[in-house]
Design a protein around this ligand. Structure first.
Ligand SMILES: CC(C)(COP(=O)(O)OP(=O)(O)OC[C@H]1O[C@@H](n2cnc3c(N)ncnc32)[C@H](O)[C@@H]1OP(=O)(O)O)[C@@H](O)C(=O)NCCC(=O)NCCS
Length: 180
């Protein structure tokens, strides 16, 4: 049977749509969701609309997706950005913005589908990401699917009154763990 490249056990990836805007606006103005993200100012509806507009032509240059459950509920977003065709690399970002879905396996499944898409559909060789040192849930998920911690930028970000390390993590072709 052919594998659907957009689909995992719990989620599927799809293009962003204008109707996604209210959820994005709610999530990315929620300090609990943005605690470990590089967002610190309130986001307007206009900014979210412009973001969706800028990523709605999904392609190699900007592979940005909405994440939805199999019953069609949009729970987050993810993407592979800044690709380099010469080096076959890209930078991964993910947010399960609907926090009611945290710790339900959706982030892990999204990571697996997105990385598989990167290797099998975009012909990437290496996927890289940055994660704040205190984002223990995210680090756990990244390591579970095969990412390795490669370097630490010490005290690289100041947020919520203190400095935080940023870890650089990487996953090479062949290293993705598709099962627990
Ligand atoms: C990080 C994120 C993508 C994870 O998604 P998720 O759907 O909650 O992840 P899962 O349910 O698949 O897995 C969570 C895992 O972390 C574990 N976990 C939860 N809290 C933890 C903690 N404080 N320390 C270590 N592990 C933790 C869970 O036990 C689970 O592991 P298991 O499946 O091996 O038992 C999601 O929480 C999120 O989007 N957060 C806000 C935005 C964000 O931080 N994005 C990442 C930026 S780098």
């Amino acid at each position: 049977m052919t594998t659907n490249p957009f689909e995992g056990r719990l989620i599927r990836l799809r293009a962003r749509e204008p109707e996604d805007e209210p959820s994005l606006h709610e999530w990315f103005n929620d300090p609990e969701v943005t605690e470990h993200l590089a967002l610190r100012y309130p986001l307007s509806h206009r900014t979210e609309r412009e973001f969706i507009e800028s990523v709605s032509d999904v392609g190699y240059a900007r592979a940005s997706f909405a994440v939805e459950t199999h019953d069609g509920r949009m729970i987050g977003g993810c993407g592979l950005e800044n690709p380099s065709a010469e080096n076959r690399t890209a930078v991964l970002g993910i947010a399960i913005g609907d926090k009611h879905f945290w710790d339900g396996g959706f982030g892990t499944d999204t990571m697996r589908v997105l990385c598989r898409f990167g290797f099998e559909m975009m012909n990437l060789h290496r996927i890289q990401l940055d994660v704040y040192g205190g984002n223990l849930r995210a680090i756990h998920v990244y390591e579970k699917v095969g990412f390795r911690r490669e370097a630490t930028k010490r005290q690289a970000v100041y947020k919520l009154g203190r400095y935080h390390h940023i870890h650089i993590m990487g996953l090479l072709e062949g290293e993705l763990k598709l099962e627990d």
